[in-house]
Design a protein around this ligand. Structure first.
Ligand SMILES: Cc1cc2nc3c(=O)[nH]c(=O)nc-3n(C[C@H](O)[C@H](O)[C@H](O)COP(=O)(O)OP(=O)(O)OC[C@H]3O[C@@H](n4cnc5c(N)ncnc54)[C@H](O)[C@@H]3O)c2cc1C
Length: 483
């Protein structure tokens, strides 16, 4: 039996990232992953700007930027009017196209650098000790069985999550009502730009280049094939013939890397926590992949949970901090379910009334406020956390802060996000002696204090003399200037 602080079940992007956060805070963390080798296919291609900000707060954004391709606009329901990310105050006003296999590999590199133990080929088959919050996990592997003893368990084990089932947490929602075809293939004979989104009376086709190896992702919504069960194998011929008919172009598809169908199964866990068992990522929320959100939201779950669980297990925060994980993140999961259901309705019907609705929606998206609203939700830039009663100055709490160049009082040039890379709390003030109140439970030793020289701080559009920032980059309190 191996003793660890936290056992993370599932070594996808979410499990690996939460493990990084826990290890950064000094906890012994093991990731138990059923697959013996990483998944070669890449479900996600889109990494949003807020996720890049999260990586920048840990000093690793450049690794992803070096491999991905920035795309300045995004889509909502494949509508003609694109979402404009340039309106956001960020160093990353775009989304990054990067195959999920590379995202996972880069996160795994960081996890190994930090000393996370990653055990592949380990399928968790049982978890006991729920009543005592003292967990024992059994995992089946090639040579037999291994046991682990953990103070907390994180379920990043997606759809059939054993953690969610053991915790008796319901996964409410509905089964798939339709299926969409997709293939990562070699595409020949397409005239015009390599990226395309077409919707007409015959159906919908999206074409995007996948990575640097020349493969193209072809996604087809064909009303004549939409009721084929998700699990039924897809052939290259089926994909090609639907794509040709909808596009009206004699394209050729060959050398498939991956052919699959995905559906609109939509579910949300009724709770994200039971004792010291937690759910994150697809284990907590499932939905139609539209707008490139599941992995991004899952990584934000991981970022929110990691420091909170570490603080409680390290004895520097009260147990009540753990309740704020669900309070802050479940509404995001609910919004994700809602917006993907809405996108599904717009993307999968091609009768005249739905095409007219698409045209109207596309017109509305030309209005800057409407465009910003949806771009802010999908990118994660506009997310604010509601008051949860554990932070000071709740009016100035729960806000995202964009990165800023910062000159410290001793003349050191740095940036706000660079100051956050150790994963600790940050108290930043504009002059020595100015302070915002810390929550009573937060030990001063857990906070890094920095004084800036000439840097203007802003929280919720108001000038701040001092700001207290959580390890995940959201504000916990601020000393705001008088209006
Ligand atoms: C076609 C498609 C396109 C997508 N595009 C995007 C996109 O562009 N952007 C985006 O943000 N999201 C996208 N998504 C969603 C994204 O792929 C998922 O949201 C993401 O993979 C969730 O990460 P996760 O770590 O929670 O789960 P997963 O990546 O599914 O990882 C879960 C892991 O848990 C392991 N596991 C399960 N049970 C056990 C067990 N009992 N013991 C041990 N291990 C176990 C599994 O083997 C798996 O490796 C897309 C999805 C699809 C299907």
């Amino acid at each position: 039996m191996k003793d660890v602080d936290v056992a993370v079940v599932g070594g996808g992007p979410v499990g690996l990232w939460v493990a990084c956060e826990l290890r950064l805070a000094g906890l012994e963390t093991v990731v138990l992953e059923r697959r013996s080798t990483p998944m070669a296919q890449s479900r996600a291609l889109t990494m949003h700007g807020r996720t890049l900000e999260l990586f920048a707060m840990r000093g690793v954004a450049e690794r992803f930027l070096a491999e991905g391709r920035p795309i300045p606009t995004g889509h909502y329901a494949a509508l003609d009017t694109r979402l404009d990310f340039s309106v956001f105050d960020t160093r990353y006003p775009f989304m990054l196209f990067l195959p999920q296999s590379r995202t996972e590999a880069l996160i795994e590199d960081r996890a190994r650098e930090l000393g996370v133990e990653i055990l592949r080929g380990h399928e968790v088959t049982g978890i006991t000790g729920r009543e005592r919050q003292d967990y024992r996990l059994s995992a089946r592997h090639e040579r037999g069985e291994a046991s682990f003893h953990a103070r907390a368990v994180i379920g990043a084990d997606a759809r059939r999550s054993i953690v969610r089932q053991t915790a008796s947490i319901a996964f409410e929602g509905h089964d798939a009502t339709l299926s969409i075809m997709m293939g990562d293939v070699c595409l020949r004979g397409l005239d015009g730009p390599p990226m395309r989104m077409v919707s007409n009376a015959c159906g919908g086709v999206t074409i995007v280049p996948v990575g640097r190896d020349g493969a193209t992702r072809v996604i087809v919504v064909d009303p004549e094939r939409i009721h084929v069960p998700v699990g039924e194998p897809l052939t290259l011929g089926e994909l090609a013939s639907s794509a040709r008919r909808i596009l009206g172009e004699d394209i050729e598809l060959c050398d498939p890397i991956w052919l699959s169908r995905f559906g609109d199964e939509t579910r949300l866990a009724t709770h994200y926590r039971s004792g010291r068992m937690f759910l994150a990522g697809d284990a907590a929320h499932l939905h139609l992949p539209a707008g490139g959100q599941g992995m991004n939201v899952g990584l934000q779950d991981a970022m929110n949970l990691g420091w909170k669980l570490a603080a409680v297990l390290n004895g520097t925060a009260p147990e009540a901090l753990l309740d704020t994980y669900e309070k802050e993140r479940r509404p995001v999961g609910a919004q994700l379910a809602r917006n993907t259901e809405a996108q599904g309705a717009l993307m999968t019907h091609f009768d005249p009334s739905h095409l007219a609705l698409r045209a109207e929606m596309s017109e509305l998206l030309r209005m800057p406020d409407v465009n910003r609203r949806l771009a802010g939700v999908l990118s994660g830039f506009d997310l604010q956390y509601p008051p949860v009663g554990l932070f000071t100055g709740e009016a100035g709490a729960g806000q995202r802060l964009p990165d800023r160049d910062v000159i410290l009082a001793d003349g050191t040039a740095t940036s706000l996000y660079r100051l956050l890379t150790p994963g600790t709390w940050l108290h930043l003030s504009c002059e020595g002696g100015v302070q915002t109140t810390l929550p009573g439970w937060l030990p001063t030793e857990a906070v890094r204090f920095a004084v800036t020289r000439g840097t203007k701080l802003e929280v919720s559009g108001r000038e701040a003399h001092a700001v207290l920032i959580r390890p995940d980059g959201y504000t916990a309190g601020a000393e705001l200037a008088r209006r």
